[in-house]
Design a binder for this molecule. Structure first.
Ligand SMILES: [Zn+2]
Length: 115
């Protein structure tokens, strides 16, 4: 619920900045590690926008793949699976611990359509 509320806050600021009042759609990009459950976020979005000028706007979501940098050789790679992020062997040297997460944790608004 709190993610949806902060999204609403950002959307309202952006709309005020651009002098628009009717929101058509929002595109949110979220990293595969950001612990966002699209259905849950959509549900929360509908709940917090209900009875506001944002009601009825479409919430689109796009997942950003995880990118890691090997802690040992520095190679950047995207794991197929990221449930067990702790033990993903580097495709280049096989190191499986301590990789740096370059992408995959973020959550941000990519685009707003309003009029
Ligand atoms: Zn490596």
């Amino acid at each position: 619920m709190s993610i949806a509320q902060s999204l609403v806050g950002i959307v309202q600021q952006e709309m005020a900045k651009h002098g628009v009042t009717r929101l058509v759609s929002v595109l949110v990009r979220h990293g595969a590690l950001a612990a966002v459950v699209p259905h849950a976020l959509e549900f929360a979005w509908q709940a917090v926008t209900q009875d506001t000028p944002l009601a009825g706007a479409r919430l689109d979501m796009e997942e950003v793949p995880v990118r890691l940098r090997c802690s040992s050789c520095g190679k950047e790679f995207s794991p197929e699976e990221c449930d067990r992020l702790m033990l993903i062997p580097c495709p280049s040297c096989g190191e499986d611990l301590g990789h740096e997460v370059l992408e995959g944790k973020e959550l941000y608004i990519e685009n707003l359509e309003a009029e």
